[in-house]
Ligand binder design. Sequence first.
Ligand SMILES: C[S@@+](CC[C@H](N)C(=O)[O-])C[C@H]1O[C@@H](n2cnc3c(N)ncnc32)[C@H](O)[C@@H]1O
Length: 312
Amino acid sequence: MRLMVEYSNHVPVLLDEVVAGLDVIPGGRYIDCTVGAGGHAEAILEASAPGGQLLGIDADPHAVSVTSARLRPYGSSVLLVNDNFRNLEAICTRYSFYPVHGVLFDLGISSLQLAGEGRGFSFRAEEPLDMRFSPDQRLTAADIVNTYFEEDLAEILRSYGEEPHNRRIAREIVAHRPLLTARELAQLIERMSGGGRRGRIHPATRTFMALRIAVNEELESLKSALEQATRLLGKGGRLAVISFHSLEDRVVKAFMHEESRECICPPGVPVCICGHQATLRLISRKAIMPSAEETERNPRSRSARLRVAERI
Ligand SMILES: C[S@@+](CC[C@H](N)C(=O)[O-])C[C@H]1O[C@@H](n2cnc3c(N)ncnc32)[C@H](O)[C@@H]1O
């Protein structure tokens, strides 16, 4: 019962758009690289019945155990694996799960993780500054906050959080070490910003996002996993990616656009020397966004962007 309440806390975003984007067919074989609470996975299993198969991956062991209870009714149609999607090809090779009809990434964290399991993802929580998706990872947010040089900290906040006050925040963090809980860090940034919010956004939002991206090496893993996913798709298979902030979306857009071009030589090169061949066809040039009705119903969806491409 507790598990059911937990996963019902997470509302999957762009659900119909994902099923349509992946062009799910009965008997198809799909990979959900970020299975989380299993909302998208369940919709894919429903649409691919009878005979569909789904491999669900998540770096978070808690997500996998919650979701395995949710997806139990689908029996042997589902295989759940607790691993990082940066190991996608190795996982698929281990289970002979390829070629596939579709691969989904729904990036970031789930409401299960935000709701608090003691990992400090939410700045409201009196929890240790951890932020690891998986307890097997070594680096925590506390390590970065309490041991990195001020310049390195500022650089993380700048490059992964696009935080305009990165230098000031880094200076204050170093001056107030050690910072042990998510709330301590959030309150420090709140005090620096005069206690106010920037519009609807809490002043610590960008810092928390930057730390999470750095702890989990999110952008590096994503780039590598997109390449692996493309190789696993059969001809006509679909790649669908939902991102929640511009840094992620930039990686996805650049990857899909580059993979949809025959030549990626720099402008001005008279004859092609790159030898690159297109592997993807863009299904829509622009990202698909949630409807007004969805953002009203689920405010978390407001920054979601879905991009879809097809293997050629
Ligand atoms: C937004 S949630 C997915 C929610 C899911 N689509 C649903 O309907 O419930 C993102 C999930 O991806 C997982 N995740 C993020 N980065 C990952 C990575 N590199 N490898 C594996 N899982 C990852 C997180 O642990 C989290 O559970």
